[in-house]
Structures are given as structure tokens and as C-alpha cells.
Design a protein around this ligand. Sequence first.
Ligand code: ADP
Ligand code: MG
Length: 375
Amino acid sequence: MALFVGLMSGTSMDAVDAVLVDLADAETGSPPKLLACTDLPIAPELRRELLSLRHAPHNILEQMARLDVEMGRLFATATLDVVRQAGVSPAQVTAIGSHGQTVFHQPLGTHPTSVQLGDPNVIAEITGITTVADFRRRDIAAGGQGAPLVPAFHQAVFQSREKNRVVLNIGGIANITVLPADTRQPVTGFDTGPGNALMDAWANEHLGTPRDDNGRWAASGAAYQPLLDILLRDPYFNKAPPKSTGREYFHLEWLRGALRIGKMAVLPSHDIQSTLCDLTATSITEAILAHAADVQQVLVCGGGIYNQTLFLRLHELLQPREVLSTSIFGIDPDWVEATAFAWLAKQTMDGKPGNVPSVTGALHMRVLGAIYQAG
Ligand SMILES: Nc1ncnc2c1ncn2[C@@H]1O[C@H](COP(=O)(O)OP(=O)(O)O)[C@@H](O)[C@H]1O
Ligand SMILES: [Mg+2]
């Protein structure tokens, strides 16, 4: 057995996802064996505070330092949950791969960086398990975007020699990994733009719920094409990869800017939700058609798969390509990302690289992250 824990908390800030997986057969390309999993909700007050870091108050450093420890404790709790669930002892686990909670991601400019909270010192101390963390900054230092980092894992478990595949992860932000059947072709991948983030934020503002459950609210409205056109005009969508984005860019103010340009202040809120759903589906489809037109299978993971309105729309737009859940290929769509960080921890522990330069734009393959030894 080669036991690893993967910890992930995405841009949605809905929950800390944790898995305990056996990666003993990972070298042969068979999917990791899921032994236990949990998603530990991030309390609304904590989430609000994490989100508020974008609007930098005076005591920002004190707040960041405190949230770093608080998130570290939450990640440790999630780890102990899955370890207990699987009936193993922490000593049997080789390492934890902890992504951390991104609160700032700015891969461009004169001082490119990305900030994740969840102090790995705290995680290693509480769990007694060696912890690998801070995966993104090494790739950024090597000239990359620091994102997405899951493609190396997607390649290891989902690449096929028969079919051209795309892995589509719909979290707060959506990202794709292009896996050509011809393995001599490079693996590419990038963030396509908003996934659930805008739909979540709009539902929260108008329904007071954290999300549009199953996309029912979006289904009750109709997409408004003139608004969709304005939104799709944003230069991010046509920018050449490598590219990555976050909530710093796609937020409600971004939407309000478009509503002002279109003088659409009186548009019914459910029509706007429907338009946002279409925005996610259309921007994903256009990205796939532009960079992987010959794809035959689109493997979907991430919480967005449960938004039925979105999923149906993707089916329609991507026809005749197959749109399938990753569960068909051995990994539950809820746990792909967390499992990827367990796998990335193994790469680091084995001294192997975790980034794909053709994806992130880094100048070199690099061993990612830092290792915080247990005991
Ligand atoms: N039943 C559902 N109906 C609609 N949306 C859902 C449902 N379940 C999950 N989601 C969406 O998935 C998101 C969480 O997905 P996740 O993959 O964890 O994203 P992230 O990686 O950004 O945290 C939620 O914010 C929500 O938008
Ligand atoms: Mg999540």
C-alpha cells in the first residue's frame, strides 16, 4: 500500500475536500483506490472572512496569519476524518498533499504569485503526517501560471490511446485538460473562465442560498442573448493559453459592469442566472472547439456536474462529442481534485515533477511544493 491524503479547497470555498487513497498502482496508470473521503463545510462566517481578504482591510496581516492557522486546523480535521474512516493509523500514511485555500492568485505582472492559506506546519503537527504544500509558487517562479496543476494527474489516469479526451473540471472556475490520443502531442490545459462562481454569487444575492440547486432557478428563466454577447466579449475568453483566472477577475462587479454597458438594469434576476449558466457552458464549449476540436470524449468532474441545467446545455453545445462523468473512468467527480493533490504529493515525495510546462507555461518541469516532515 502507498497511502496518501489529498486536501483541496477550491475557489467556491464551499468545503474542504479530503480523500485517503492508495496510490500503490498509480505507476501503471490504474486509477487510485479511494479508501475514504469527506467534505468538511467551511462555515459561512469563515467563508465571508476569506472572501473579505480581497478587499484588504487595515489589519490584513493579522487577519491572514489567523486564517492561515484556522484553515490549517480545518485541513488537519479533514485529514483525521478520512484516516479514521478508513481505519488506518496516521503512521501508515506516507504524506498529505494540501493545496490550501487560495485567497490571492496573480500569476502575471512584475511580482507574480499565488497565496494559499492553511499552514502546513499546523497540519503536520496535528496529524503527525508528513505534509506537502505550496505547490503553485514553484511553477510561477519557473515562469508558469501556477495553474492548473491537475493536468499531470489527469494525464496519468485519464489519457487514452484510442480516443481524444478532454477533462473538464467545473469548480468555481472551470478548467480543461486536453489529452490527445496521440501521446506525442503535448498535453495542454487552461482555465476557461467562470464555472459556478458567478452563478453561486448571483443565487446568493437574490435567493439567499449558497448555490442554484440543480440549476433549477436558471432553468426557470431564459438566457438573454445581448447580455451573453457582452459578457463573452471579455478579452479573457479569446486570450491564448497558458492562462489562469480566479474570483479576483470574474465576480459580481464584472457582471454589473456588463449590465450597465447594456443598460439592462431591469432584467429579471432568473434570466440573468440563466444567462450566467449559458456563459459557463458557452465559454467552455468555445475553449474546447478552439483548442481540442477533434475531441471525442469530454470527462466532467467538479461540483458543476450537479447543475443539471448546465450539464444539459453542455451536452447540447458539444454534440456529437460524448459528455461523461469521470465516475465512468473510475474516479467519482467529487474527488478528482483532492485525489490529484494526493498524487502530486507522491510526485514530490518521489522527487518527480508535478507541473506540465505545456499547460502552465513554465520554462521547466519542476518538483513542486515543500515537505513538512512528520515528527
Ligand atoms: N446540487 C447542486 N446543484 C447545483 N450546483 C451544485 C450542486 N452541487 C454542487 N454544486 C456546485 O459546485 C460547487 C462546488 O464545486 P467544487 O468542485 O467543490 O468547486 P471548487 O473546487 O471551486 O470548490 C458549488 O459551489 C456549487 O456551485
Ligand atoms: Mg469545493
